[in-house]
Design a protein around this ligand. Structure first.
Ligand code: DAH
Length: 350
């Protein structure tokens, strides 16, 4: 290998060893710079004859072009490598699934409330809503609850600011005050008819909503739901309540052979009163009596507080717990799960 070939060879090698553009420019200077080796060779031609200059010059030029070509190739290679590194760093994995917006849904208790409203709606019941902050009058007194009834104690009832010492405000402990509120409105609307001794359109209403009691364990939450039902007319009987409530339970639980039991009980606002128990004939709960509602014939004092004559009008009422109905329907055994807000639990009902 002649001197020029080995010069090209060592330049190419040095370029190859240059790992960065800066290293490469330094390497270039060693060959092509002002005092680089190619430049020195050019300078060395000064003493040569014209003929010799021609052939030596041409040979040096070939070597110089080869070195320049090696330099350009290495520059390109380094630039390519840098680009690859950059591309890798900024790589997007287009095979990743896109981020999806979570699909919301109704709370299981809301699903139950909708179901209750749908079923009673189909049987001609209106839906009424009322305040969660109640007066002592609507929550207790108007419902024939005696002054010294234990439910009125602070151990059971959340009293809130406002109201007076003799008529305190409270968080309603049940939806029963809606019996009075709704009936009073209804009676007001139909006052003229009633006074004229004509038939008042029946009151048929349910009132779902939140209720509050000083209570907290696996089956009690300080905030829970109730749904009140009221049916008042001139010719309503316990039989009608039984028919309606049986139809409701069978539809709600999608169980045609479900049976009901009315168990004598006591509530200040009904006389007689009954707890309503249901029994499934099939499924995991089959054979057990499960309490689902309180009910009864509206007490004459309460009918009077509605603005109606208890000698003429008779009413039936019931109060059920949508939370409990939800637990029974889905087989949930801890009420608190409904109100913890854990999406892993709640999303199972969609
Ligand atoms: N208010 C009662 C409770 O919270 C439930 C109830 C019982 C409602 C009998 C009624 C009824 O309308 O007639 O325990």
């Amino acid at each position: 290998m002649n001197e020029l070939d080995s010069l090209v060879e060592s330049a190419t090698q040095l370029f190859a060893q240059s790992a960065t553009p800066a290293d490469l420019e330094n390497a270039k200077a060693q060959f092509l710079g002002k005092s680089g080796r190619v430049t020195e060779l050019m300078k060395g031609m000064a003493q040569l004859s014209v003929e010799e200059k021609k052939s030596r010059g041409a040979a040096i030029n070939v070597a110089k072009q080869a070195i320049e070509a090696a330099l350009t190739a290495r520059r390109q290679a380094l630039a390519d490598a840098e680009l690859q590194v950059q591309l890798k760093a900024e790589a997007l994995d287009v095979s990743l699934p896109g981020r999806q917006r979570g699909q919301g849904g109704l709370h299981p208790v809301s699903l139950t409330l909708e179901r209750i409203q749908g079923i009673f709606g189909s049987m001609g019941f209106d839906v009424a809503e009322g305040p969660e902050i109640e007066t002592d009058w609507f929550n207790f007194t108007a419902l024939n609850t005696p002054e010294d009834h234990p439910a009125r104690s602070m151990h059971d009832t959340f009293y809130v600011e406002g109201g007076t010492a003799t008529a305190p405000n409270l968080l309603r402990t049940h939806t029963s005050p809606m019996q009075i509120r709704h009936a009073v409105q209804h009676v007001k609307k139909h006052r003229a008819l009633i006074d004229a001794g004509q038939a008042m359109p029946e009151i048929r209403v349910i009132a779902p909503g939140r209720t509050y009691r000083v209570d907290s364990d696996a089956t009690h939450s300080p905030m829970f739901h109730q749904c009140e039902g009221l049916w008042v007319g001139e010719n309503v009987s316990f039989k009608d309540l039984k028919v309606i409530f049986t139809a409701f339970c069978r539809t709600f639980f999608e169980s045609d052979d479900l049976v009901l039991r009315f168990r004598p009980s006591f509530f200040p606002f009904t006389e007689p009163s009954a707890e309503i128990d249901i029994q499934f004939q099939t499924g995991p709960l089959a054979g057990r009596w499960l309490e689902v509602a309180g009910s009864g014939q509206v007490h004459p004092n309460v009918v009077r507080n509605m603005g109606l004559d208890p000698e003429k009008y008779i009413g039936f009422a019931f109060g059920m717990g949508p939370d409990r109905l939800t637990m029974l329907r889905y087989g949930v055994n801890d009420l608190r799960l409904f109100f913890d807000g854990d999406i892993r639990f709640l999303s199972q009902f969609q």
